[in-house]
Design a protein around this ligand. Structure first.
Ligand code: ADP
Ligand code: MG
Length: 355
């Protein structure tokens, strides 16, 4: 048999590239919402209102009271790699904002119907714009794509409808909207606990009561009370920790030995970004195993601030994972502290029951 000649290599059309990238960054509605929450917080908001329909597949809407977006920036808002947060690669060393890649809104605009209403302090009115494929698009056929003046409050409202409408295989993969809503509520709960000074509400479209409601003034303990429950909020030990050698500052609220749940609740923030770390989770569970009844699991809120120069947030566009220096030593430091505190609480209880 004769081999066929090789197929020729061609550059993919830019639209195809963008759609592929979008599908990698936004796997489920919760990933789009995470980007939108982080944008709202980056813009200095003190109030975030979230409305969700069909687990976010039909509608994700987030309204903030932050800086707003200049009308002149609206034409490039959803283009890929347009950002107000990063200029040079070196800036990544000291990145203080959640975003920096300018990919989130672009991605969303490639796989959903996206509308933005925004008002800055120096504008007398709000502006509303619709986006598709990274560009301004007319809201209806035959209309103008230019942003339209309208009434509105200071801040930004982002409306994402029909997520994955043009990615049918992805769309079909979602079986239950309540499962997607649970992921959303979980994420909003995490940011609602962490973002002090910011009010959060999250509800399903058409329902009057909010699933999550946290006022701006609530302390972290009260935020945990409101997003989780009273019992756990009353069983928390809080502590701070700094270590200059590793360039870290730790803020934590962790359950004491009275609290024993079936599953670990782990709220981890690294430089104010909600991330996952199975290494840290495992080490903490092991630490608790010595203090809790067999199979008992803790509640842990951990906020690590690490010198940005020692953190690599650029592992993946989703930034759900970060790498940092001296990870093992830092985990040990935190676990040692927890162990000591759990030990203390334990002895005082023994002492009290004996007396
Ligand atoms: P990034 O956050 O990485 O910069 P995004 O695509 O998420 O990229 O957002 C692009 C830009 O749009 C941001 O840099 C910011 O200037 C602006 N922006 C997005 N959302 C908001 C918002 N809620 N309030 C104010 N500005 C916003
Ligand atoms: Mg962003």
């Amino acid at each position: 048999d004769e081999l066929e000649p090789p197929r020729r290599i061609r550059a993919l059309h830019q639209d195809v590239v963008n759609k592929i990238a979008a599908g990698e960054i936004i796997v489920a509605p919760v990933h789009a919402l995470k980007e939108l929450i982080e944008n709202a917080v980056d813009s200095g908001s003190t109030s975030l209102e979230i409305v969700v329909k069909d687990g976010g597949l039909k509608l994700l809407q987030i309204t903030d009271n932050g800086s707003g977006i200049s009308k002149d920036d609206l034409p490039i808002l959803c283009e890929r790699f347009t950002t107000s947060k990063l200029k040079a690669f070196e800036d990544l060393q000291a990145i203080g904002t959640y975003g920096f890649r300018g990919e989130a809104l672009a991605s969303i605009s490639h796989i959903a119907h996206l509308a933005v209403t925004t008002k800055t302090a120096d504008s007398s009115c709000a502006w509303k714009a619709h986006y598709a494929g990274g560009k301004l698009t007319p809201p209806k056929a035959g209309q103008s794509a230019d942003p339209k003046a309208c009434a509105g409050r200071q801040g930004t409202q982002i409306t994402v409808e029909d997520l994955f409408y043009n990615v049918p295989t992805r769309r079909r993969a979602f079986r239950s909207s309540s499962e997607e809503y649970a992921k959303i509520a979980d994420l909003v709960g995490k940011y609602a606990v962490h973002c002090q000074g910011v009010a959060f509400s999250c509800k399903k479209h058409g329902e009057s009561g909010a699933g999550i409601a946290v006022p701006a003034t609530a302390s972290i303990r009260d935020r945990i009370r409101l997003t989780h429950n009273n019992a756990v909020a009353n069983d928390l030990i809080d502590f701070q920790l700094t270590n200059e050698q590793y360039g870290i500052k730790v803020d934590a609220l962790v359950s004491n030995a009275n609290h024993s749940a079936k599953r670990t609740t782990f709220l981890l923030f690294i430089n104010h970004r909600s991330v996952d770390s199975s290494a840290i989770k495992k080490a903490i569970e092991q630490t608790y195993a010595a203090f809790l009844p067999k199979g008992g699991k803790p509640f842990v809120y951990l906020s690590l601030e690490i010198d940005p120069a020692r953190v690599d947030v650029n592992v993946h566009p989703t930034k759900r994972e970060v790498n940092f220096l001296n990870e093992e030593e830092i985990i040990e430091l935190v676990c040692d502290d927890i162990r000591q505190r759990l030990g203390k609480v334990d002895t005082s209880r023994t002492f009290m029951t004996q007396s």
